[in-house]
Design a protein around this ligand. Structure first.
Ligand code: C2E
Ligand code: MG
Ligand code: MG
Ligand code: MG
Length: 285
């Protein structure tokens, strides 16, 4: 009987793996059509200078509105897109769309810096540097207005290739941020070789910043590291006034998070910027 049971378990297990593989295949298939079917769009999260209380830019974040599943979070589909290579095409679309939006904002209101997440898989492409520079030119966006967010995994597979490409991008005037800093295989050697301007403290360290002493120390360390290497530090996932106050007192210059705003549609973003700036203009008057 025991054996029988074990066997049942085994078959159940196989069946669930089988289901998972089918789900994943379906997701891949859907993803390959998502672009052409206009199911992807970008939302923009304001990035705030904590000292001047100005919105200095926006991070573009990808959304997939799946016809059956509804909104699929990027953490669920970006890894799939990376493993089958669709991220290359999707990433190019993201850049295109973000530049188009940045050009509109520059024409209609104030120019803003736009931050785009660049996958390690994209950075490995031979033409990536030219593709990025060409896209900027086509939309007439000065390179200084684009920031690329890369993660530490981008440096791992082929360090010298990544260094070379980031240097070319940086020489052109694009700024580079290390996203989710402290969660990957951080190495100070990478930081020394990379033309990096910003470190982004991962939201997992911000969530319990004022509750968990280890998180406080980690955040402090990243802020101090930024100071000593002359990099500006961005805190992501700031959700409370207390976190904002602590970070700004501690010398963290930039922040984004639900405390200020969740990622927004372009129109909502414009309204947010106006309201935010008016609020602080009043406070200073
Ligand atoms: P990320 O680049 O580290 O982006 C920050 C994530 O934190 C975003 O999740 C954002 O919506 C979320 N967030 C912002 N403020 C708060 C907050 O106060 N509290 C909490 N709990 N979360 C906050 P999202 O949009 O789901 O994106 C997840 C990840 O997917 C991104 O992490 C990035 O790694 C990836 N991703 C998103 N868009 C793109 C893209 O266009 N290309 C690539 N390659 N990756 C992307
Ligand atoms: Mg990011
Ligand atoms: Mg991040
Ligand atoms: Mg993250």
């Amino acid at each position: 009987l025991a054996k029988q049971n074990g066997n049942d378990h085994f078959q159940f297990y196989v069946a669930s793996i089988d289901q998972e593989i089918r789900d994943r295949k379906q997701l891949e298939k859907d993803l390959s059509q998502a672009l052409a079917s206009h199911q992807l769009h970008l939302v923009y999260q304001p990035q705030i200078n904590l000292e001047s209380k100005r919105v200095i830019g926006a991070e573009a974040l990808l959304r997939w509105d799946h016809p059956v599943r509804g909104l699929v979070p990027p953490d669920d589909f970006i890894p799939v897109a990376e493993s089958n290579g669709t991220i290359v095409e999707i990433g190019q679309w993201v850049l295109e769309q973000a530049c188009w939006q940045a050009a509109r904002w520059a024409a209609e209101s104030t120019p803003l810096r736009i931050a785009v997440n660049l996958s390690a898989v994209q950075l490995r492409q031979d033409n990536i540097v030219n593709d990025i520079l060409e896209t900027l030119q086509r939309h007439n966006i000065p390179a200084g207005r684009l920031e690329l967010e890369v993660t530490e995994t981008s440096f791992m597979t082929n360090l010298s290739d990544a260094v070379e490409k980031l240097h070319r991008l940086s020489k052109a005037g694009i700024s580079i941020a290390v996203d989710d800093f402290g969660t990957g295989y951080s190495s100070l050697t990478y930081l020394k070789q990379m033309p990096v301007q910003h470190l982004k403290i991962d939201k997992q360290f911000i969530r319990d910043l004022l509750v968990n002493e280890e998180d406080t120390r980690i955040a402090n360390t990243i802020i101090d590291l930024g100071k000593s290497l002359n990099l500006s530090v961005v805190a992501e996932g700031v959700e409370t006034a207390e976190q904002e106050y602590y970070l700004s007192q501690r010398g963290c210059q930039l922040a984004q998070g639900y405390y200020f705003s969740k990622p927004l549609q372009p129109r909502e973003f414009e309204t947010f910027v106006k309201g935010f700036h008016e609020q602080f203009a009043e406070n200073n008057a």
